[in-house]
Write a protein that binds this ligand. Structure first.
Ligand code: PAF
Length: 292
């Protein structure tokens, strides 16, 4: 396994792997790796000759500097588990390597100080984007850079962050990156809680309460299975479940078209149920696919 911290060496290593006829798998992460991330690395290792895991806590996607400062950084452990899961290259660039022309955490800028970056478009402004303005532009910018550095590859992302996945799919296709975006199923605890680096910040009572997100998605899916087709019928089943848990405050519970995450007058085809809720100090998200 090669541990690389400069863009130049990363690009060269991947280019020479490809020149030798190897297919490349890319797993972008912000570290604090858990079993969900490892399932991405393992799948990439099954499907590609060379697997690159990137670990970079991207300042551009954090609106709140305290949130950025509090983000868990566990680089030593991350490198070891990434290697054990099948990574051939672990790329750990500094902020300066990724954004050499940036003023502090302000992101890429041109010579006049104008920001330069990628806009996630309308998909980036709804749901998570409404709660976290600019977040998906930051994600789109760093992913565009990683795609440009890596070149032709398969890139693996978890469905847990479904809106992020759709933003990245749109980015890859609209900006013509030679990248196949591979969606990987959410990894869950036995009680349904989706794995997330944030779960570690839940108290034991909050951890128990957090399972309500999955139960609310299941309640929405059950309403659809029972014949509900009006989004309001489905979301009221989801909200009723969430509302019964006193330690949880609902942010949103929606049933939308899966591709563009837009409201539908009547549910049909590929539908995505998405929830976001605050559990104590931690904001959690989850989602579920329903095909009608
Ligand atoms: O999901 C994440 O860990 C990050 O948003 C990503 C995709 C690595 C971009 O920084």
């Amino acid at each position: 396994m090669q541990l690389i911290d400069t863009v130049g060496r990363f690009t060269k290593t991947i280019e020479s792997a490809r020149a030798m006829g190897n297919s490349v798998g890319l797993v972008p992460t912000m570290g604090a790796l858990h079993r969900g991330h490892l399932s991405l690395v393992e799948r990439a290792a099954r499907e590609c000759d060379v697997v690159a895991v990137t670990i970079f806590v991207n300042p551009l996607q954090f609106g709140d500097p305290d949130d950025l400062a509090a983000y868990p950084r566990t680089l030593g452990a991350d490198v070891a588990v990434a290697e054990a899961a099948g990574a051939d290259v672990v790329f750990t660039p500094s902020d300066r390597q990724m954004y050499p022309d940036s003023a502090a955490a302000g992101g890429p800028q041109d010579m006049s100080g104008e920001p330069v970056g990628v806009h996630a478009g309308s998909l980036g402004r709804v749901l998570e984007g409404a709660s976290r303005p600019g977040h998906f532009d930051g994600v789109a910018t760093v992913i565009a850079k990683l795609f440009a550095m890596t070149g032709r590859c398969r890139a693996y992302f978890g469905e847990k962050d479904f809106q992020q996945l759709q933003v990245i799919r749109s980015l890859a296709s609209r900006l013509s990156f030679p990248v196949d975006v591979v969606a990987c199923a959410t990894v869950r605890e036995p009680d349904g809680l989706a794995l997330s680096s944030r779960n570690a910040r839940l108290s034991p009572d909050e951890r128990t309460a957090a399972t309500v997100l999955y139960r609310s998605l299941a309640a929405g899916a059950a309403a659809i299975a029972a014949g509900a087709r009006r989004p309001a019928e489905v979301t009221s089943a989801m909200r009723a479940e969430l509302g019964a848990e006193p330690l949880v405050t609902t942010d949103y519970a929606v049933a939308v078209g899966a591709e563009h995450l837009t409201p539908l007058p009547e549910l049909a085809g590929a539908v995505r149920l998405l929830v976001a809720a605050r559990c104590g100090p931690v904001r959690l998200i989850d989602n579920m696919e329903v095909i009608i």
